[in-house]
Design a protein around this ligand. Structure first.
Ligand code: KG4
Ligand code: ZN
Length: 358
């Protein structure tokens, strides 16, 4: 297998991103450029991402973002071995913009196209940053997803547990909105929590102690809202204490659910080489600190990409594209964009139309 140089394009949510990544023959990787243009300002007035605004913004800036990624890497299209784009899951308008652009670039440069599942890209990032080997336990925690997944190879994902209601990032975002903190909520809640008392409010930790590694966030979210209403008007200290108590509940819940998943993996006869955390919530320091302990207790190690590679970016798409291309997996120009695309339908060798392995 040769070195592979990939361009990666990410437009599934509110980041317009492109990157150039090298995957060396020995399986290690190198980021040559990583350009991320966040649309936070366009959406902050609405307290969340507005799909129509996001799609239009991607159209306006994507050409420039790709141009910058190539320039910063010091390469031209002819130096590349393939073009990767996130083909879903995500906001369909944005996905169409990114995937269609990738198709045009692939066609014009006569390079192979790799349609990447955005979740798979999050799942494989730790192999780029930490050279993690298979199998590993993946905790995927973002604005739209909360899953525990056994990863035994590229394209081999078995979901062990997931959320039965809200995603963890979504709970952070909704809590922030409720307390008048800015969007995106995760970083704002984490900052406020630093000045707060995590023991002031005893919020529920739903599903902890259960054997199946599932999550439930809506009861916690409701508890925060009821408490906030009860003690309104909120002082700055009240907001900090609510955030700290909310975050403490999330941390306990995540620790308990990850322990359950590690147990389950062992029962399946799989010995995880690492606990890998991926997705925007992985940027949270309190969660990282606790998972460090949980991993050590479970006889494994924690591998979390740096915060900038936990949130959406083009490098993870380029890397996932390279991992697939290294196995000979590529897609034809008819590959469709997908709003919904569960990770465990991204099987090795499956066509990007997605064949279920369940
Ligand atoms: O992976 P990502 O960038 O986009 C999705 O694919 O969803 O994740 C964004 C999510 C948002 O819900 C955001 O509030 C959350 O990750 N997030 C955080 C932190 N930074 C981002 N949540 C908790 N603590 C953080 N520091
Ligand atoms: Zn994401």
């Amino acid at each position: 297998m040769n070195d592979l140089l990939l361009l990666g394009i990410e437009t599934t949510c509110d980041e317009t991103a492109a990157a150039v990544v090298l995957r060396k023959a020995d399986g290690t990787g190198e980021i040559r450029s990583n350009v991320v243009l966040s649309q936070t300002d366009e959406h902050s007035a609405y307290g969340g991402v507005v799909p129509e605004i996001a799609a239009r913004a991607h159209v306006e800036v994507l050409d420039n973002v790709i141009g910058r990624a190539l320039r910063e890497a010091g390469v031209t299209l002819s130096d590349l071995d393939g073009i990767a784009a996130a083909a879903g899951p995500g906001l369909i308008g944005g996905v169409i913009v990114g995937l269609t652009t990738a198709k045009a670039v692939a066609l014009a440069s006569a390079k192979p196209l790799v349609a990447v599942n955005h979740l798979e890209a999050h799942a494989l990032t730790a192999r780029l940053t930490d050279a993690v080997g298979f199998p590993y336990l993946l905790l995927l925690v973002s604005g739209g997803h909360t899953q525990l997944v056994s990863v035994t190879g590229v394209g081999q994902y078995v979901k062990l547990g997931g959320t039965i209601d809200d995603a963890i990032g979504e709970a952070f975002d909704k809590t922030a909105k409720m307390l008048g903190l800015p969007y995106p909520g995760g970083p704002a809640v984490e900052r406020a929590a630093e000045r707060g008392d995590p023991t002031r409010f005893a919020f529920p930790r739903p599903l902890t102690g259960r054997w199946e590694p599932d999550f439930s966030l809506s009861g916690l979210k409701t508890a925060v809202r009821l408490e906030a209403l009860k003690i309104a008007p909120l002082s700055e200290q009240d907001v900090a204490d609510l955030c700290a108590s909310f975050q403490a509940a999330v941390v306990d819940m995540v620790a308990d659910r990850v322990r359950a998943a590690l147990r389950l993996m062992r029962e399946r006869g799989e010995k995880p080489t690492a606990l890998v955390v991926a997705g925007g919530v992985g940027a949270n320091q309190a969660i990282r600190k606790t998972l460090h302990k949980v991993a050590a207790e479970g006889g494994t190690r924690l591998a979390v990409p740096p915060p900038a590679l936990c949130t959406d970016n083009g490098a993870m798409i380029a890397w996932a594209g390279a991992e697939r291309l290294a196995l000979g997996l590529k897609d034809d120009l008819a590959v469709p964009p997908r709003a919904r695309w569960p990770l465990d339908e991204t099987t090795k060798g499956a066509d990007a139309g997605g064949s279920s392995d369940r």
